[in-house]
Design a binder for this molecule. Structure first.
Ligand SMILES: [Zn+2]
Length: 396
């Protein structure tokens, strides 16, 4: 059995050990040591990384048999090795893990909500609580957890038998038998746990709730402790600072500022649509005057800038109020919108023209023989106009 050095000293970063078994894990070399400070993924806490001799430790796995397997990036020859864990990563995990104990106990005590599970992700952690909680419940537990953190009490570790544990107020009953490892925050929480923890609650720094949502009949709470809270604060600070510069408001006016911009945008779009509709009458007669003869038809085939799909439709519709016209209009630059439409007394199949256009230039669309429209065509205005001329002739 491997001696788990992190059980008795979670601040140990360097150690000497002997390789007692060599193995392979998914094509990588792996070793089992007589003693290790490397924490394997378990109990919601991710594994440690670091150095073992000349090799990088890229994963640490606890096997079903209770063996701790160090997965390496290369073989190591010697039997005796020096190990060194990446402290920044480990300490970050210790802050989150100890913070979870305190936060879970705070939810239990202030809101009567039990923690069903815990997961530590790469940037934040979550606990799933067995009750639906309102915002004041969550704020209350957060405040209580920080009170305990700032009271800076020692985090105790002790070993007891299952019988002894039964007489103690454990927050959650342990399914394990035999000796239990208890983590104790005095007068606040006792939990059975095999993870790594900070020595005093003050080292957690602070706990902040990042978000909460209803989950499986209870509440999933996302939280950040210590270094992760400061990291997240920096991201929020930069995001808010950049946003207030763009919107020209104070930080707390940001939501209202964005709402105002959205309302203005909606108004501008409506105005643009109205103007296009009014402009369509004039633009249509100018285009109709320059129509090219195609057999007995007048064809208006053009690529025009500054018109959206709705505008093109209004424009084309205006052109074909005249007798004996067919119009194929495109927006430019690509991706282009397209509208193909005909006068009531013309028989050109507009849907067939559109189909040929999307076959050649991509995009999609559809319609009826008298009116078809689409978008997403990838071509220049000239290419579209030349092709449309050819296709209209083909279906006349
Ligand atoms: Zn723990």
């Amino acid at each position: 059995m491997t001696e788990r050095l992190y059980y008795s000293d979670s601040y140990l970063t360097e150690f000497d050990a002997t390789i007692i078994r060599r193995a392979e894990h998914e094509g990588r070399p792996a070793v089992v040591l007589d003693r290790t400070a490397f924490y394997p993924t378990s109990g919601g806490q991710p594994f440690d990384t670091g150095q073992l001799g000349s090799a990088r430790v890229i994963d640490v796995i606890e096997s079903d048999a209770g063996e701790i397997v160090h997965v390496l990036d290369r073989e190591i020859e010697a039997a005796g090795v020096r190990g060194r864990i990446d402290w920044a990563r480990r300490f970050e995990h210790m802050q989150q893990h100890t913070g979870q104990h305190v936060l879970s106990a705070a939810f239990d005590r202030t809101a009567g909500a039990r923690t069903e599970s815990f997961h530590m992700g790469t940037s934040s952690s979550t606990i799933d609580l067995n009750r639906v909680l309102a915002a004041p419940d969550i704020e209350g537990a957060e405040a209580e957890a920080n009170r305990v953190i700032w009271s800076d009490v020692p985090v105790g570790v002790r070993y007891v038998s299952a019988e002894e544990a039964a007489a103690l107020p454990l927050r959650k009953e342990s399914a394990r038998t035999g000796t239990l490892r208890l983590i104790e925050v005095p007068e606040f929480d006792i939990s059975a746990c095999g993870g790594t923890h900070v020595a005093r609650t003050g080292a957690i720094g602070a706990v902040v709730i990042a978000s909460s949502e209803r989950f499986r009949g209870g509440t999933r709470v996302e939280f950040l402790c210590g270094v992760r809270a400061t990291r997240a604060y920096r991201v929020l600070r930069d995001t808010v600072a950049a946003s207030v510069r763009l919107v020209s408001v104070l930080p707390d006016e940001l939501p209202a500022g964005i709402e105002r911009l959205q309302a203005e945008m909606k108004e501008i779009k409506r105005t643009a649509r109205d103007l296009q509709t009014r402009l369509a009458t004039f633009e249509a007669s100018s285009l109709a005057d320059r129509a090219e003869p195609m057999g007995t038809l007048h064809a208006v085939i053009a690529a025009i800038e500054g018109w959206d799909q709705a505008g093109l439709k209004a424009l084309a519709g205006e052109i074909v109020t005249r007798s004996n016209y067919v119009a194929a209009l495109f927006s430019v630059p690509a991706p282009s919108a397209v509208v193909v439409v005909r006068s009531a007394d013309v028989t050109v199949d507009c849907a067939a023209v559109l189909k040929k256009l999307t076959e050649r230039f991509g995009g999609k669309g559809g319609g009826r023989p008298d009116l078809a429209q689409g978008g997403g065509l990838q071509a220049t205005g000239d290419q579209l106009v030349i092709a449309a001329r050819e296709f209209v002739r083909q279906v006349m």
